[in-house]
Design a binder for this molecule. Structure first.
Ligand SMILES: [Zn+2]
Length: 144
């Protein structure tokens, strides 16, 4: 199996969250970390983790999601895309996510969270997360 010695963070993340340091967990985290601000689909992850049992992959994703290490964003077709939580979200309450879905390459990009969120909601609604999805043509598709 390939080693992921170049991603010391994956090990620390698992340690910090009291998750077992499994090869599968380290591998999935390393892949998601390398995606930086792009959220990726399950079929893409299956392809990238070739040789990893699908049930194991699903289990790893479920555990990482439960521990709030990763999250899902749904594109306009309802397809989930997985991404690592951005580091700059820590301590931010509620969480603000801004994503851009490219209708050409079908990639989902995470963009810097806007600071315009101050919409007054009726008191009986408590917001935990703002999730925005913008749609259009991404930078790389737009320059072709
Ligand atoms: Zn694109």
């Amino acid at each position: 199996m390939k080693k992921f010695a170049d991603t010391p963070n994956a090990e620390k993340i698992l340690n910090d969250n009291r998750l077992k340091k499994t090869a599968a967990g380290l591998r999935v985290l390393a892949i998601l970390a390398s995606c930086k601000n792009t959220a990726v689909t399950l079929p893409w992850l299956v392809k990238k983790t070739k040789g990893l049992n699908r049930a194991t992959l699903y289990g790893v994703l479920r555990r990482l999601e439960m521990k709030k290490i990763i999250y899902k964003v749904f594109d306009v077709d309802g397809t989930p895309h997985y991404a690592l939580y951005p580091a700059d979200l820590s301590g931010r309450d509620p969480e603000v996510f801004l994503h851009f879905y490219c209708s050409q390459c079908r990639k989902v990009y995470r963009l810097p969270a806007p600071d315009f969120i101050a919409a007054p909601f009726p008191g009986e609604f408590k917001t935990a997360r703002y999730m925005f999805l913008m749609n259009g043509i991404c930078r790389s598709c737009n320059t072709i």
